[in-house]
Design a protein around this ligand. Structure first.
Ligand code: HEC
Length: 137
């Protein structure tokens, strides 16, 4: 009995730590104080907004919808992609927080995967600028 638990307990601890770490990486409801401090290094020029729009249409539209209202036709069943044109940001409304959601994904169940391995930082900031431009309207 004792021998089993010396193996099993550390193994279980390892599993728990892994699960917790993975969850902490995705942004949860309520915002992200660390990300809030980030400054958007990319000016919201027409070129940046246009580039962001193209990236959005290619990567995000099928879940969030062509006009970003959260009504994409191919969102996985049971998920509810956010409306990105309203003034409600469940995961934080600063540029840095929006950036972090796109980079790390939206937790806790990973309905939305992060894009950090698929996009450059500049590309993600372009999308942030595009989403911001929708709100100004
Ligand atoms: C597989 C479907 C899917 C894809 C693809 C996807 N999202 Fe999401 N997105 C979601 C879901 C689901 C949520 C979480 C809604 C919730 O729980 O509030 C979300 C949340 C968000 C939020 C947080 C909104 C808030 O109110 O705080 C942002 C910002 C966002 N997505 C942007 C993007 C961008 C930009 C892309 C493309 C680069 C993208 N998403 C791709 C499904 C998706």
């Amino acid at each position: 009995m004792r021998r089993i638990s010396t193996v099993l307990v550390p193994a279980l601890v390892l599993v728990c730590v892994t699960v917790l770490t993975v969850h902490a990486a995705a942004q949860n409801l309520g915002g992200n104080p660390e990300a809030q401090k980030m400054k958007n290094p990319v000016a919201a020029s027409p070129a940046s907004i246009k580039a962001g729009q193209q990236l959005f249409q290619k990567n995000c539209r099928f879940c969030h919808g062509a006009d970003a209202k959260g009504d994409g036709p191919m969102a996985p069943e049971g998920t509810h992609p956010a409306n990105l044109t309203d003034d409600k940001w469940d995961r934080g409304s600063s540029d840095g927080e929006i950036y972090a959601v796109i980079r790390d994904g939206a937790g806790p169940k990973f309905d939305m995967k992060g894009y950090k391995s698929k996009m450059t930082e500049q590309e993600i900031w372009n999308i942030v600028n595009y989403l911001r431009s929708l709100q100004a309207k």
